[in-house]
Design a protein around this ligand. Structure first.
Ligand code: SF4
Length: 291
């Protein structure tokens, strides 16, 4: 076993297997097997995070790239990512790392203290956990975020929000801002297109709001997947009815990627229609992205 591996939080022994309790997939993982996110493995009856301390990407980004439009504009952040994702979106822009197993991509050796020191050395006021699904490398995210807060550095989570309630509530006090994808407002689409479910994502939005994290939402508009006006109306109404009318909403344009290279970019009139619908339904801060 690699000595760098970190035993996971949030799992139970289940006979010869382990049951991960980090996300709603609840993977039952046999000896020597990894969970669906590929970053958590049963070794000798214990669940280990394979990627702890091994980010595959480290970059200096403008905060607007996350995207965050209404939180510390004009500042920059240290973006980090490890391999791993618990969704299977065929349009993923970062599939090279999100859908890779640990070891398939080059990675760094960086403890949480190293990441905090890097942010300080480069005078970056914020660390962003981003590019893949940070919640699947929860132990590294949590350790880094707590140390960052001790050092007076902000933490930003960029995520699809498909996580169980207990880990999210544990992490939220250390988050300053989050951008969460709301990929559609259809459980069927979440199940078949993203290999996830809608309800846990909605719960994540409400918990982050309740716990005082600055929240922005991203909806990537994909022709034929989430361009239905009725579905969009339900989404915007849900936001308003749940106190999220003031939450900045980023409607971003799809471009062909990963398994959807043959699809067309979102027509601009679809973008404008969604923007008009959101505003008509009372969403106050709507931003169009990638246009
Ligand atoms: S975090 Fe990974 S291993 Fe755990 S339940 Fe989710 S997909 Fe499975």
């Amino acid at each position: 076993m690699n000595e760098d591996m970190k035993e996971c939080m949030f799992y139970d022994i289940d006979g010869d297997s382990v049951r991960c309790r980090l996300c709603p997939h609840g993977c039952r993982i046999g000896e020597g097997q990894s969970g669906l996110c590929r970053s958590r493995k049963n070794i000798g009856g214990k669940l280990y995070s394979l990627v702890y301390g091994h980010p595959c990407a480290i970059a200096d980004d403008p905060i607007e790239k996350k995207p965050l439009a209404e939180w510390h504009p004009g500042t920059r952040c240290l973006s980090i990512a490890c391999t791993g994702c618990n969704l299977r979106c065929p349009n993923c822009q970062n599939s090279m790392i999100s859908q890779a197993s640990h070891g398939e991509q080059g990675c760094y050796d960086c403890s949480p203290d190293d990441i905090v020191a890097l942010a300080k050395d480069h005078r970056l006021p914020t660390i962003a956990y981003t590019y893949t699904e940070p919640l699947t490398w929860f132990e590294y995210l949590y350790a880094t975020a707590t140390k960052a807060h001790e050092a007076g550095i902000n933490n930003v989570l960029v995520s699809a929000g498909f996580v169980d309630e207990e880990p999210l509530r544990m992490l939220a006090p250390f988050l300053d801002a989050a951008n969460i994808d709301l990929k559609s407002f259809s459980d069927d689409t979440y199940r078949h297109f993203n290999h996830a479910r809608l309800a846990p994502v909605l719960r994540t939005l409400l918990i982050l709001k309740e716990m005082g994290v600055h929240l922005e939402i991203t909806m990537l508009l994909i022709p034929g997947i989430n361009t239905d006006a009725g579905m969009q109306q339900k989404m915007f109404r849900w936001m308003k009815e749940n106190g999220l009318a003031d939450c900045p909403l980023h409607i971003t344009r799809f471009f062909p990627a990963y398994k959807m290279m043959d699809a067309c970019p979102t027509p601009l009139d679809e973008m404008r229609k969604a923007e008009m619908m959101a505003k008509a339904e009372g969403i106050k801060h709507v931003y169009l992205g990638n246009v």
